[in-house]
Design a binder for this molecule. Structure first.
Ligand SMILES: C[S@@+](CC[C@H](N)C(=O)[O-])C[C@H]1O[C@@H](n2cnc3c(N)ncnc32)[C@H](O)[C@@H]1O
Length: 218
């Protein structure tokens, strides 16, 4: 089943994690048996996908994860997974990588928009701008070790919020400039330089804690 994206499944609140893979292979041409060496570190993005979308025995319905893939001849491409529509997601890195590989190898190239495959998985031609245009955040954050402390952030209760996270290559100057132009606010989850998937976990946890506090207060 393939088709053009008709927009998100209905959830009022939308939390988007946008993972930028500086060398991540966009073609699906990589070996599952040796993911780190053959895929431009898609293993990092696969783990971040799990961290953003899955809880124990469940999928976060209000989360959308975008992988911006900038490596290889088919780059740039964006892979999107919507929690509200996702099914049969398994938490191990290999299963996540299989999902990514299948999506990248079966998606038809469309001139514009996301090619929807199945169960909330879609692929689009394009770069970070395509992901952010789709996410349409009210508030945009770029995750940086030196940013404002997430524990002090007052804008995390916005209805549509997007977090842009780098991979082991970090952000290049062009990406930093693009994010600054879009008004992205630098946000830190702590004083140490962490792995991308751990950053996503800490963000999700901070949001969970705020949700729990808000539920108690209401
Ligand atoms: C492994 S780090 C990248 C390190 C890379 N060498 C660099 O200099 O940017 C991967 C990404 O996680 C995020 N990150 C790492 N530590 C963080 C922190 N303490 N707070 C917020 N984001 C962090 C950043 O988005 C970073 O690009």
């Amino acid at each position: 089943m393939q088709g053009r994206s008709t927009g998100f499944h209905a959830t009022t609140r939308r939390r988007s994690f946008v993972l930028v893979g500086g060398r991540a292979e966009a073609s699906g041409d990589f070996r599952l048996e040796d993911l780190p060496s053959t895929s431009g570190r898609l293993d990092v993005l696969a783990r971040a996908l799990r961290a953003g979308l899955l809880v124990s025995h469940g999928v976060r319905q209000d989360v959308v994860v975008y992988l911006v893939l900038r490596g290889g001849p088919k780059a740039p491409r964006v892979l999107r997974v919507e929690g509200a529509a996702a099914k049969f997601l398994r938490p191990d890195e290999r299963s996540m990588a299989v999902l990514v590989q299948k999506a990248l190898t079966t998606a038809e190239e469309t001139a514009d928009g996301f090619c929807v495959l199945r169960h909330g998985v879609a692929v689009a031609k394009g770069d970070l701008d395509v992901a952010l245009e789709d996410a349409q955040p009210d508030v945009l954050f770029v995750l940086e070790q030196t940013g404002a402390d997430v524990r002090d952030a007052v804008s995390l209760d916005a209805a549509r919020i997007a977090f842009v996270v780098g991979d082991p290559t970090g952000f290049d100057e062009g990406t930093r400039a693009d994010l600054a132009r879009l008004g992205a606010r630098p946000l830190s989850v702590g004083p140490r330089d962490l792995h991308a998937e751990d950053v996503v976990t800490l963000l999700a946890n901070e949001l969970d804690r705020r949700d729990a506090r808000a539920a108690c207060a209401s």
